[in-house]
Ligand binder design. Sequence first.
Ligand code: ZN
Ligand code: ZN
Length: 211
Amino acid sequence: MAQPYPPGARLLGRPALAKPCSACGDLVGRGYPDCPNCAERVDAYWLADWGALLSGNGVAEGTPEERELATLVLADEPGSHPWTCDDWAMRRTPCPECRAELGSGALDCLVCASADQARWAWDHTAPPAAMRPDEHSLRLAVACLRSAERRRPGIVGFWRLALPFLLVGENPTRAQARRIRTYLMAGREDELSAADGIAAMASLPPLPWRT
Ligand SMILES: [Zn+2]
Ligand SMILES: [Zn+2]
């Protein structure tokens, strides 16, 4: 039977503009997940959906029932719950192999690798209305930043730079993403950090000594 694919991360409104974080000073999202304020602002979209799932099931946060519910959510077919709830259920579930949060453990943990692999079935099988491209990017960015130590630094740096703009609904094209990663590899992180959007990051002026 087809699953309902309830959308995720749509219960709370998105900010209109990327603004500096009052705690870390970088644009909100770039401190994720180490800066508590950035983490709170980003995780709020996941928590809103998880909170709705909990109250729909009469389950309170922080209880053994919540952990049981997380196990049940992970056992369900992709598309049974919002993707945000699948992610949050993983966060509430310690990996049986490495004890890290499921899906973000060390590079050599096969259980984490397969749990992380499995979650993306949602994105690949969802009908277009259930997930916008910027929502898919937001999910990728957050999953990457939560397991930064087992990702390539260039990819981590790219999502860190992009996250504040994903939050306001921007989404890089493939060409923009490629250009931004090229600038990053060329050591132009400061200029990228100062740019005011995805398009600006993808079109830095040529370096003087190359013109
Ligand atoms: Zn911050
Ligand atoms: Zn693991």
